[in-house]
Design a protein around this ligand. Sequence first.
Ligand code: MN
Length: 274
Amino acid sequence: MDLKQAFDIATCTDPGIVRAHNEDSIAADAANGLVVLADGMGGYNAGEVASGIATTVITTEVARALAAAAGHAKEDEDRRAATENLVREQVLKANTSIYQAAQSQPQYAGMGTTLVLCLFYDNRVMVAHIGDSRVYRLRDGVFMQVTRDHSLLQEQIDSGLITREQAKHAQHKNLVTRALGIDPTVEPEIHDYDAKPGDVYLLCSDGLCDMVTDDDIGLTVQALGANLKLAVQQLVQMANDNGGRDNVSVILVRILREYPANRGVVSKFFAWLK
Ligand SMILES: [Mn+2]
């Protein structure tokens, strides 16, 4: 089955009201079940260079790696481990690309980017992230944050220094404790979840979740879930109506049907015997 038939995907990115540049980058590769979002940082246009390298390298390299792995039927546990390795390797390649560009060209010195990606495979979703770009999930009417920010603010919340309520009004909301491209290597946080038809996944940059409450994001996804294109535009509009202080990017993915991995000839044969 072509994975494209399993997903409905809509994307939107916008500079917001205040910023002159859009340093966010987004990419979607429905045929490979991959969506990627990056929020770049750095002087002049270095932020958009960093986030652009991240989304380009990852979509290109994941597609190449999946094509190379195709046809090698695996047991379920092996498939999960292999997919995690594949994701980690491509994230590290993107890290190296950004880091080397920053080292070799003075105008890009110190550039970096957040990263969040979902790779849908075998009725599951692998979520990798670095920094404070997020994934949320709507399932059976419940909207929840899937990723936990790598940010100073989240660390302060975790250690009990401030409450969630205080965090809403905190300064330095956007100080991330992990970013892609800053150091020679990086540790992406990777988790794997089951996914099922009807789920809606939302990826966003902080330009959305800083300007719009989780409740309002969730209600909008639920209300407009039948029209994802309209939903992403509406979410960006809400961020801009509330001030649009940062670039805003949103990706929505709805799972339309199951997408089991090819089990290979031998396991298909045994399934048929059962
Ligand atoms: Mn941002």
